[in-house]
Design a protein around this ligand. Structure first.
Ligand code: ADP
Length: 599
């Protein structure tokens, strides 16, 4: 037995991602600031130019001044080019680092977490939120550079006249008060819109996935209505929230507009009274938008910070154990286990939670977990499966058969009691031991958009052609593959769309067989096979008998006639166990079920 622990601490904020690219980011900031400084210097030289041309003998000094202005402009454009190159190169790198870490984290989440959250919330957190953050971070630097330029120019204008300066300060204070109110509203609305966006995404994914069911059930109109309602809700929420935002933006802009006019009137008055030079007035006039750019810049930056904050919290919530629960493994490692399975007093309840924003300011990034509903499936369930035996769980639909398989493969964790393999609690086994010991063929196996061979190689990267051919024969796939022009190298389409239900299941069985695990689990895996294919699979399972522990949840009782033991489940309890003959002869319920199936 070996012990392994190679868990790495996750990076939990955006700064830890930016740190890797300190050099280029520093260069980006410097280039942006130099470009901003160039604007300021240009403004001052332009002011000089105005001064120069109002005096006699201005030709040569004016040309000299113009040359400097043009030189600075060219230099400024070079800086902008540099910032763009850095941005395109490193924003993609940072985004990829985030995408990869978030995807990796998604792989660590337990199955229950995937059940509890919609697809949209994952897609948005892994793909959309990082993109929003990275785009906005670059904008922040640009806007900061703009603001600095604006402030320096305004400083220069106020240096020219104290009255203009006082007037400017008054306008900035009023605009900032309105802006503060707008931001509070904006943050709240941003969160609401993001959550609605998650739902829209999930709905679209669901529609694409269920396209055939929609057509066969004639659900197009109904689903069109459902989508319309979702979009309507999204649109009207956006409209209402945007309108509130626009109203506050407009009030702020109105104040700035009136303020600018007042400043210019003040300038003309000062000019008239001889308290301001014509050059100073021209500078004030030509830079009148600097006031706008400072206040607008501050507003934009606050918006961007809110957007980053919302996406940042959502994105890193994937690391919040409270809401996105990860799989936990022990550290016991075994190269091979024999496959003795024991359930000892196992209890399990499906619980559904709601997640709400905490009102407590300290915990505002954490969501409150509120129990919405629960459904107890097992109370103190116990049974043992001997190694290399083939057993089946049967019972009415909903009696808990699939849940047993999910608990055994640790897709779900028991609330109490123990699940043991070879006497080891499965919680103490490391991931590799547990996963390699158990191979699971789901009710609806996922087949990847690759060739048949590539799908098989996923189970064992180094499988030889002999092994693959042998598995294909064992899982009754050979006849079908021989009819394909490209044989084993045929592409099967997204989620195996080009295969029939039976072919998909046989491919999934072949994939599981290649892993050569001690425990093989088939969850109703013969449900969509025709009688011939079913017999082939039955033969396959019969062939495997004695070499692995096989656990089957069978759709049809006739397929499990030859298993070593049947556990007969009713409402989460094992009400009988024995061979097919034993149950058929002594258990009326079992007999009725079998006969009903064979009418
Ligand atoms: P079977 O495989 O025998 O048809 P299952 O184990 O799938 O039964 O389901 C047992 C019970 O658990 C059913 O009542 C079902 O509705 C419930 N159930 C199954 N999966 C979930 C889930 N992910 N969340 C909540 N309840 C579930």
């Amino acid at each position: 037995m070996k012990t392994k622990d190679n868990q790495k601490q996750p990076r939990l904020n955006i700064w830890s991602y930016l740190r890797h690219y300190k050099g280029p980011i520093f260069l980006y900031i410097i280039a942006s600031l130099i470009a901003a400084a160039a604007s300021v210097v240009n403004t001052i030289y332009l002011a000089n130019l105005i001064e120069i041309i109002t005096k006699p003998n201005f030709l040569m000094p004016a040309i000299y001044c113009l040359l400097i202005v043009i030189g600075i402009s060219i230099f400024q454009r070079i800086c902008w080019y540099l910032t763009n190159v850095i941005y395109y190169k490193y924003s993609n790198k940072i985004m990829m680092d985030l995408n990869m870490d978030l995807s990796k984290q998604a792989f660590k989440l337990n199955s229950k977490t995937f059940n509890d959250h919609n697809t949209g919330s994952f897609v948005q957190r892994i793909i959309e939120d990082p993109a929003t953050i990275v785009d906005n971070l670059a904008t922040i630097i640009d806007v900061v550079a703009d603001i600095i330029t604006g402030i320096v120019i305004l400083g220069y204008i106020t240096f020219l006249n104290i009255w203009v300066s006082l007037c400017l300060i008054a306008i900035i204070i009023v605009a900032a008060l309105i802006e503060n109110k707008r931001l509070k509203v904006y943050r709240k609305n941003r969160l609401i819109i993001k959550e609605k966006n998650d739902k829209l995404h999930s709905l679209t994914t669901e529609i694409v996935r269920s396209e055939k069911d929609i057509k066969s059930l004639g659900l197009e109109t109904k689903l069109y209505e459902v989508s319309k309602n979702y979009y309507e809700d999204y649109r009207s929420t956006r409209y209402k929230t945007d309108l509130k935002d626009v109203n506050l933006w407009s009030s702020r802009n109105f104040i700035i507009g009136v303020g600018t006019l007042l400043i210019l009137i003040l300038g003309i008055w000062l000019l008239d009274k001889g308290l301001m030079t014509l050059a100073a007035f021209m500078i004030l006039y030509s830079n009148r938008d600097s006031l706008w750019s400072v206040i607008r810049g501050l507003g934009n930056i606050s918006n961007i910070l809110v957007r980053i904050n919302v996406c940042h919290n959502r994105m890193f919530s994937l690391f919040d154990e409270n809401e996105y629960v990860t799989e936990k493994f022990g550290n016991k490692h075994f190269d091979k286990l024999n496959g003795i399975i024991e359930f000892k007093n196992v209890s399990f309840t499906y619980k559904e939670y709601d997640y709400k924003e905490s009102k407590n300011k300290k915990d505002k990034n954490k969501k409150l977990k509120i129990l919405k509903s629960k459904n107890t499936i097992f109370k103190k369930l116990s049974f043992t499966i001997e190694p290399n035996k083939t057993v089946a769980f049967v019972g009415k639909s909903g009696s808990g058969k699939s849940t047993i398989l999910n608990l055994l493969s640790k897709m779900y964790e028991a609330d109490s009691g123990k699940i043991l393999i070879d006497g080891h609690d499965i919680r103490t086994l490391d991931k590799q031991t547990l996963r390699s010991t158990i191979s699971l063929v789901n009710q609806f196996p996922y087949i990847f958009d690759m060739t048949i061979k590539e799908n098989l190689l996923l189970a064992k990267f180094d499988a030889t052609d002999e092994e693959i051919n042998y598995t294909i024969k064992q899982s009754a796939l050979k006849e079908f593959i021989d009819t394909l022009p490209n044989g084993i190298n045929t592409k099967v389409g997204e989620s195996g769309i080009k295969l029939s239900g039976g072919q998909k299941q046989r491919l999934a069985i072949a994939r599981a067989l290649l892993r050569n695990s001690s425990i093989l689990i088939f969850d109703e895996s013969t449900s969509s096979l025709d009688n011939f294919a079913q017999n082939d699979i039955k033969k396959t399972i019969d062939n495997l008998k004695g070499s692995s522990t096989i656990v089957i949840v069978a759709h049809r009782l006739s397929t499990i006639k030859d298993v070593d033991k049947i556990f007969f489940l009713d409402n989460g309890k094992i009400i009988d166990e024995g061979t097919f003959e034993e149950l058929f002869n002594r258990n009326e319920k079992f007999k009725t079920m079998f006969l009903a199936e064979n009418i």
